[in-house]
Design a protein around this ligand. Structure first.
Ligand SMILES: [Zn+2]
Length: 315
């Protein structure tokens, strides 16, 4: 199951690394060795890695193709990473999100693949904009008609959890009971998170929020909010002057107090605009990667809920 070269590498690097990894529960990056006897899983970016780690527990070694703290849009893969993909027991990715990963999966043809795009019905960016500003952003149509950020709607996660648990059970039947139990516990946490969001965002002064990176279309869709994105789906895209003027108009008419930016990309655009408009800039994290290794999906999601409740003036 585990390629001999990697098994030897795991033995040679000694027990300290393996113990450290087990104690902290930290997922490792693509350079780290695979713990002996575990299922070797490559996840393409953090939320998928988190699901595999929680479902797989100590029976798996999860490595991410997106380095810790890096922004996953447009990730590039080295030839070494592509060959590790080929050796992995399982690859978990989201087709249509990271072109380099799509290419590598097509090139290597891993034995077992979970494509998160098969587990949920993705929203198109057009739908999102009709729900949001009503003004399409031309920049967003250059790559994909689908909005990738499904993980920000907790009700879309259990189908992926189930898919991961079933696929791990095919690869490692001895772990099936463990995977099923872990999947049930994780699904419960997503259900509880959904309840917290539904309750916390039920009664608010306004339902419109402004964010630099339009990553929150699924969250807005689920909780009946309106996202106004400044830069669009791709966090690196520069907003046009017309777009900035449109955002300013919405900020004024909705009496909006905050412009949100994310933690993995420079807040310059959001901070400049907030300063120009005399309002606050604050973090709303799209949970694409961990800026702080002490965080996880659920701790960030809880902070996002607090930030939204403050901004939207929810009771
Ligand atoms: Zn994004």
């Amino acid at each position: 199951m585990i390629p001999p070269a990697l098994r030897v590498a795991a033995l040679l690097t000694g027990p300290a690394l393996l113990v450290g990894s087990a104690l902290t529960g930290c997922a490792t990056d693509a350079q780290s060795p695979v713990a002996d006897g575990t299922v070797d899983v490559m996840a393409s970016f953090y939320p998928l890695e988190h699901v595999v780690q929680e479902v797989g527990g100590e029976r798996v070694t999860v490595r991410s193709l997106t380095p810790p703290g890096a922004e996953p849009h447009d990730v590039e893969l080295s030839p070494a990473q592509v060959s590790r993909l080929d050796q992995a027991d399982l690859v978990v990715y989201l087709s249509g999100f990271q072109p380099a990963v799509d290419d590598a999966v097509a090139l290597t043809g891993p034995d077992h693949v979970v494509d998160a795009a098969q587990d949920t019905e993705l929203l198109t960016t057009d739908e999102e904009h009709e729900a949001g500003s009503g003004e399409p952003l031309a920049e967003e149509h250059d790559r994909s008609a689908y909005d990738p950020h499904f993980w920000l709607d907790p009700t879309r996660m259990p189908a992926l959890v189930q898919d991961v648990a079933e696929t791990l059970s095919e690869i490692d039947p001895d772990g099936a009971t463990q995977y099923a139990a872990n999947a049930a516990a994780l699904t419960q946490r997503f259900d509880d998170l959904d309840t917290a969001y539904s309750d916390g965002l039920a009664d608010c002064r306004t339902r419109t929020f402004v964010t630099s990176h339009a990553a929150f279309g699924y969250l807005a869709d689920r909780y009946d909010l309106e996202q106004v994105g400044i830069s669009g789906i791709d966090p690196e895209a520069e907003p046009s002057p017309a777009r900035l003027a449109a955002v300013e108009k919405i900020v004024r008419s909705e009496d909006i107090s905050t412009i949100f930016f994310e933690s993995l990309v420079s807040p310059k655009v959001a901070e400049t605009l907030a300063s120009d408009l005399g309002i606050t800039a604050a973090v709303l994290d799209p949970i694409e990667g961990l800026a702080d290794p002490a965080d996880d999906y659920f701790s960030i999601a809880a902070r996002n809920l607090d930030a939204l409740r403050t901004d939207l003036e929810c009771t």
